[in-house]
Design a protein around this ligand. Structure first.
Ligand code: ADP
Ligand code: MG
Length: 323
């Protein structure tokens, strides 16, 4: 996998949201939603992104897709710099990069037939005739495990799992290369979750897809992902092949996260590591290592100096002074 050039090269990516003071209408600070992330994404892989709610997973995914304007850093896709491109310049990449959301219903118009909703992508991006478009939609429906005749149905006539299949059909309609799955299976029952994951895997093979798989459930990520990025307060804490991360976590935050998984890893004694204190507010960003306020290993150095993002073993990166 690593012998090929990366599909995406992300360097020093930052996404800050300005905080506007309501009285003076001036910027009075920033929410640091993504703080200095650098990594490569390889073709055909599933890269997991995990971390507590509010740690910047969605913002990271959206910024990589160009749905949010980046604050600093570079993103290159197939060797071309796409960070900071205008809407028009981004158009040719938009087809190649798609997103699957947690709640596909939110993006569906309740009065629009499902077939028409899926067809929209073809109207916007292709010159296909009405008949050709309909054919493509019917093929897509069967490809995601639905029936052709569902074309005529409305969103409320589908179950949660079926709606997610519709979301997936829309995402793959234009043959993308890269898909951000943002909590795509998080709201589903376990059995439905397994079916959707199976579908995503099947499509990954048949369409040569690369996934950025955002989830807060570390158990699911373990099964689905080749590599996993752990985020804390917008920053990258650790990145490693999934097996390595789960069997040999290095960052104290990763260790704490893993210790909180309900089902322990077979054969391993389970000791819950409880983190002290609350998650700091990303608008009042800690100095030094962002995790130092809750870290059991923190020293004076951690309070003052941002730890370097180091590759400690091949493919295993960590940002911690104490590792
Ligand atoms: P996650 O997906 O990990 O739950 P998000 O990316 O949604 O995290 O949010 C990261 C941080 O950025 C949070 O503190 C959130 O409140 C903030 N944030 C997200 N979107 C915006 C926005 N449009 N404007 C201001 N702050 C935002
Ligand atoms: Mg999110």
């Amino acid at each position: 996998m690593t012998s090929q050039p990366p599909l995406l090269e992300i360097r020093d990516l930052k996404k800050y949201y300005p905080i506007k003071s309501s009285i003076l209408k001036r910027t009075s600070g920033n929410v640091k939603a993504v703080e200095n992330i650098s990594l490569d994404v390889y073709e055909g892989e599933t890269l997991g992104v995990v971390g507590e709610s509010g740690c910047g997973k969605s913002t990271f995914g959206r910024t990589v897709l160009g749905l949010e304007e980046l604050t600093e850093g570079t993103i290159s896709f197939k060797g071309e710099n796409i960070g900071g491109l205008s809407e028009k310049q981004l158009k040719k990449f938009k087809k190649e990069m798609q997103m699957i959301f947690q709640d596909p219903f939110a993006s569906l118009d309740p009065r629009q037939r499902i077939g028409d909703a899926i067809e929209e992508a073809f109207i916007i991006h292709t010159n296909l005739s009405k008949r050709e478009r309909e054919e493509r939609v019917r093929k897509l429906l069967t490809e995601v495990g639905l029936k052709e005749e569902y074309y005529e149905r409305y969103p409320h006539e589908f179950s949660g799992g079926q709606r997610q299949r519709i979301g997936i059909a829309r995402a793959i309609a234009l043959n993308p290369t890269f898909i951000v799955c943002d909590e795509a299976v998080s709201a589903l029952d376990v059995s439905v979750q397994a079916q959707i994951i199976k579908l995503l895997k099947k499509l990954q093979e048949s369409h040569q897809l690369t996934y950025l798989f955002i989830a807060h459930d570390l158990g699911v990520v373990r099964h689905v992902c080749d590599r996993v990025l752990v985020m804390y307060l917008g920053a990258a804490a650790e990145l490693a092949p999934a097996n390595q991360l789960y069997n040999n976590p290095l960052h104290p935050y990763t260790k704490a996260l893993l210790s909180a998984i309900p089902r322990p890893i077979p054969g391993k004694k389970k000791e819950r590591i409880k983190l002290e204190g609350d998650l700091p507010n990303p608008s009042n960003y800690p100095s030094g290592c962002p995790f130092h306020t809750r870290c059991p290993l923190a020293t004076a150095k951690c309070k003052n100096i941002i730890p370097e993002w180091r590759e400690v073993e091949k493919g295993h990166f960590v940002a911690c002074h104490e590792v």
